[in-house]
Ligand binder design. Structure first.
Ligand code: MV4
Length: 504
């Protein structure tokens, strides 16, 4: 096994990877930006290297600085975590060239999956179902019209180097087409430095179901069941679970075998995820392959009992997989709630700042993956995810009850978090019934609108002060009465929240 591994990341995932390292006797090395001098991942490492100023483009994304730190520390390998350089083929290549093991797939596999049209061609050749569409960059508007003539509207225009929903455009009819193509090209150029686009038939009300795979360096590939990721907001996953409520034994085998085919076609090695869209008739289509460890990997760990970080390290050092497909069993159900430093009552607006109070949940089958601590700061420079609360239960119902319990225990003070959203979700009728699709949040989540114009805020403020004054007088007259507390309206509450926020 490696003796020393550098982790080219921060926050909860850097800590998660360090834990996997320690359990295998590996010494973890951290890197950090000036904004992260006091961060938890730095405190938990054996050594830490400063790599630059706060913006990620000047620190966590600078390949040379990270390679330098790895060489200086004597690390044999680099784990990229997720985000930052995890799917950067140039970074994987730089590691390869310096004799450092990149804990992930080859730079060639990353590159193949990075070009979404090349990935579609490879999948089609391997017999993996793809959404009808074209498999090359669109040459001109006329080609778009010809392709659409064979499959009809609506269609989705996508950036060839896109992914994760950026630069996508839905087109309903021929009148919208020319303008959509123009806008998509210019967006693709701005976001990815390349205006290349392609298009697919639009799948309506799809579900997002992904399959975890592990591939070793000896040609063995296994799938570890699925994760249901349909609950998203602006292409940002919010809740994931395994198994998917829509899954059947049959469909799991079909999708699992398709995912293994996909991995083989990409000559894939290490942990990877094959994303599928599942339509209302439960037909499934390859969407993209994520060539990294994913945020939501713990739900798979909890239902399979396999430590994915340790599996990555073992694969990277050349060990063969210790299990065959038939030996992989899925047990019970796991759910992950991503807790963000955002205010769900105000359209999920960012809420960075100092965490003053932190009382995380614990107890049976509760796992909280955190990168923050009481007294620490949530930096506006990086991703606002502060924790992943993950629970396991014997059944989906038990897991939901446990999640409700754990959310109720969680206390985070000083910043707003998405905990109230998750509490709402765990009681939502459609969620409980497993009726999910990618439009779920937009369709169902409409928290009490909070006042947001200046005049209304002032009126609410005065109302809150009067209410508070009256409640205090009532309380003085009848100290045991709970009524003033229980009858608080959302309107008054919004006013009080603002009172505290704005006037100290
Ligand atoms: C689609 C689609 C419908 N039809 N492609 C969004 C993220 C990116 N990976 C692909 N995405 C989609 N591609 C076709 N042909 C709908 C989506 C989509 C979506 C997919 C997964 C999870 C959430 C989503 C939310 C909106 C749209």
């Amino acid at each position: 096994m490696f003796r020393k591994v550098l982790i080219a990341n921060r926050g909860e995932i850097a800590i998660r990877v360090m834990r996997g390292c320690r359990e295998l006797g590996i010494s973890p090395v951290a890197v950090y930006s000036e904004a992260d001098r006091n961060a938890l991942h730095v405190q938990m490492a054996d050594e830490a290297y400063l790599i630059g100023p706060p913006p990620a483009t000047d620190s966590y994304l600078v390949i040379d600085r990270i390679i330098e730190a790895a060489m200086a520390s004597g690390a044999e390998a680099i784990h990229p975590g997720y985000g930052f350089l995890a799917e950067n083929a140039k970074f994987a290549q730089a590691c390869e060239q310096q004799g450092l093991v990149f804990i992930g797939p080859s730079s060639a596999s990353i590159e193949l999956m990075g070009d979404k049209t090349a990935a579609r061609r490879a999948m089609q050749a391997a017999g993996v179902p793809i959404v009808p569409g074209i498999d090359r960059f669109l040459q001109d508007d006329e080609e778009a019209r010809q392709v659409i003539a064979t499959m009809g509207y609506p269609v989705m225009i996508k950036a060839a180097l896109g992914g994760g929903g950026r630069g996508m455009r839905l087109v309903h009819d021929a009148q919208q087409l020319a303008e959509a193509l123009r806008a998509a090209r210019s967006e693709a150029r701005a976001a990815f430095g390349d205006p290349a686009i392609y298009l697919e038939k639009y799948v309506t009300n799809p579900r997002h179901v992904e399959i975890q795979v592990l591939a070793d360096a000896h040609g063995h590939v296994v799938y570890l069941g699925e994760r249901e990721c349909s609950i998203q907001r602006r292409h940002q996953k919010v809740v994931e679970e395994s198994p998917s409520p829509l899954m059947t034994e049959d469909l799991r085998v079909q999708m699992g075998e398709a995912a293994v085919q996909a991995a083989r076609a990409a000559n894939y090695r290490n942990a990877g995820t094959v994303e599928f869209l599942v339509d209302e008739q439960r037909r499934f289509y390859f969407l993209e392959m994520n060539t990294r460890l994913q945020v939501e990997h713990p739900v798979t760990e909890l239902v399979t009992g396999i430590d994915l970080v340790q599996a990555q390290l073992r694969i990277a050092v050349g060990e063969p997989l210790a299990y065959r497909q038939e030996e992989i069993r899925l047990r019970g159900a796991a759910i992950e709630c991503r807790i963000y430093a955002e205010d769900p009552a105000y359209n999920f607006r960012p809420s960075p700042g100092r965490i003053t109070v932190l009382q995380p949940p614990a107890g049976p089958w509760v796992r909280d993956e955190r990168g923050v601590f009481a007294g620490g700061d949530v930096s506006p420079f990086y991703d606002p995810m502060i924790s992943k609360l993950v629970v396991w239960g014997g059944t989906r119902q038990e897991a939901i009850a446990r999640m409700r319990r754990a959310l109720g225990e969680y206390v985070i003070g000083g910043i707003k978090t998405t905990i109230p959203f998750h509490q709402w979700l765990m009681d939502d009728e459609d969620f409980l019934a497993g009726r999910l699709d990618t439009g779920f949040i937009e369709r169902r989540y409409h928290p009490q609108a909070a006042p947001h114009d200046e005049l209304t805020e002032d009126v609410a403020l005065v109302a809150a002060v009067l209410d508070h004054w009256q409640a205090t007088r009532q309380a003085a007259a009848a100290p045991i009465s709970p009524s003033a507390h229980e009858s608080v309206s959302p309107w008054k509450l919004a006013g009080r929240v603002d009172l505290m926020r704005r006037r100290g």
